[in-house]
Design a protein around this ligand. Structure first.
Ligand SMILES: Cc1cc2nc3c(=O)[nH]c(=O)nc-3n(C[C@H](O)[C@H](O)[C@H](O)COP(=O)(O)OP(=O)(O)OC[C@H]3O[C@@H](n4cnc5c(N)ncnc54)[C@H](O)[C@@H]3O)c2cc1C
Length: 387
């Protein structure tokens, strides 16, 4: 396993590190969700001015043609300084690569610049009440009428729909075709008549998710990506880019920071002597290290020019369990302080522990549920039959 970085990669890292030292905000994001969103948008703008948004995109479209190793360094450095996330991540990770691969020149010219600059936020209208893990069961219809598609249906769990200007949408254009072959991929203007967005309040207190209702929404034909009924194949490319190749690197560094913060708090309390809590914290330390080693193994594969395969399902599953265990341990280890929210006088670490615990419930659902990851591992790695 060769883990040395080339001089060029080291230069890339120090240039980025120097830039982040100038632009990463030192203050905590505002607690109000709308204000937090604007804070995040401002951070993306600052990153964009330095040319550090969408680094994996080709330079011709405003990226940096970053190599997989440079992308890994980017993920690690961003996490190391606890940089806020890039708020238009659906645009950067999902929409951009899809448009660059399948979009028309007109679509690329129109949409790519606003994604990088965060002037136009994007969301992803895929999941439906009866189509999540089994996405091909989606029922939203798009009927061609003259020079437009008329779209009717319901989507759910749409992150940032309320803050978004545009959406990518999967809809059924050939209801009688086999289910994977009758789906098309459209760009939807969220200001079009017939769209209603209803926020869903989460247990974290934020309303990041939404339900989106579409009632005879007209989508111009020029907003079709690729060809009609080719949407399923295009969606595979989008999903492959969804979390960015290096989310696991970022998440491991963040888990390490979270664990270190927790240890610093616990050491100041009598709970540091509690045998059950000590066991839990030691186990988390071991698991955080295991995840680091798994990431190094993936990185060394990337360094050899290979594409990580099944490892991504193993790491996703390992990380989601770790992040939930870390969230729960924080609450156990801090006792009553562990569950106080940001607005309490007695809150510790700005309420970050309880927020982490509440949000970690999403880890085993988003980006492929735990059961789906384990099915993939069972079938493809363990050779068990398909159910
Ligand atoms: C943080 C977060 C952000 C999201 N953002 C978006 C977004 O922006 N846009 C969007 O379109 N969607 C988004 N989603 C939705 C996400 O894609 C779905 O929640 C996910 O695909 C699971 O679908 P579901 O919720 O319908 O659950 P279901 O698929 O209905 O699953 C319910 C349960 O059954 C299990 N299950 C299902 N099939 C099988 C099987 N074959 N074998 C064993 N068990 C099975 C699942 O693991 C789960 O436990 C987001 C979700 C989260 C948590």
């Amino acid at each position: 396993m060769d883990l040395s970085f080339t001089p060029e990669e080291e230069r890339f890292r120090s240039e980025l590190r120097a830039f982040l030292a100038r632009v990463v905000p030192q203050e905590e994001p505002p607690s109000d969700f709308a204000a937090e969103f604007e804070f995040l948008r401002e951070f993306q703008r600052a990153m964009h001015r330095g040319g550090w948004v969408g680094i994996h995109w080709p330079a011709a479209y405003g990226g940096r043609d970053a190599t997989p190793m440079q992308q890994a360094i980017f993920a690690e450095e961003m996490a190391r300084v606890r940089a806020p996330q890039l708020v238009n991540r659906v645009g950067i990770n999902n929409v951009g690569p899809t448009l660059i691969h399948y979009g028309t020149d007109a679509q690329k010219r129109r949409f790519l610049p606003g994604i990088l600059s965060a002037e136009e936020i994007w969301c992803q209208l895929y999941s439906e009440p009866d189509a999540g893990s089994d996405l091909a069961a989606l029922r939203t219809r798009a009927e061609r009428q003259g020079d437009a598609y008329v779209v009717t249906g319901q989507k759910v769990w749409t992150s940032y729909a309320l803050q978004s200007r545009w959406a990518i949408l999967l809809a059924r254009t050939a209801p009688d075709a086999p289910r994977h072959r009758g789906i098309s991929y459209l760009i939807v203007d969220l200001r079009a008549p017939g769209i209603e967005i209803r926020p869903l309040r989460q247990m974290t207190g934020a309303s990041e998710f939404n339900e989106v209702f579409l009632d005879r929404v007209r989508v111009p034909r020029e907003n079709l990506i690729g060809t009609e009924n080719e949407g399923w194949r295009i969606a595979q490319l989008t999903l492959a880019h969804e979390r960015g190749a290096n989310y696991a690197i970022k998440e491991q560094v963040l888990a390490r920071i979270a664990l270190d913060e927790l240890l610093a708090e616990v050491r100041q309390t009598p709970r540091a002597l509690d045998p059950a809590i000590r066991q839990e914290l030691a186990r988390l330390h071991v698991e955080t290290e295991i995840m680091r080693l798994m990431n190094l193994q993936m990185l060394s594969k990337v360094g050899r020019g290979e594409t990580p395969g099944l490892e991504t399902s193993i790491v996703k599953q390992f990380w989601s369990d770790l992040s939930q265990a870390l969230g729960e341990a924080s609450v156990h280890a801090l006792g009553p302080h562990g569950i106080l929210q940001r607005d309490s006088r007695h809150v510790r670490a700005g309420g970050r522990f309880v927020q982490r615990m509440l949000f970690s419930r999403a880890a085993t659902i988003a980006g492929g549920t735990a059961e789906i990851q384990r099915n993939i591992i069972a079938q493809r790695l363990l050779g068990l039959p398909r159910t």
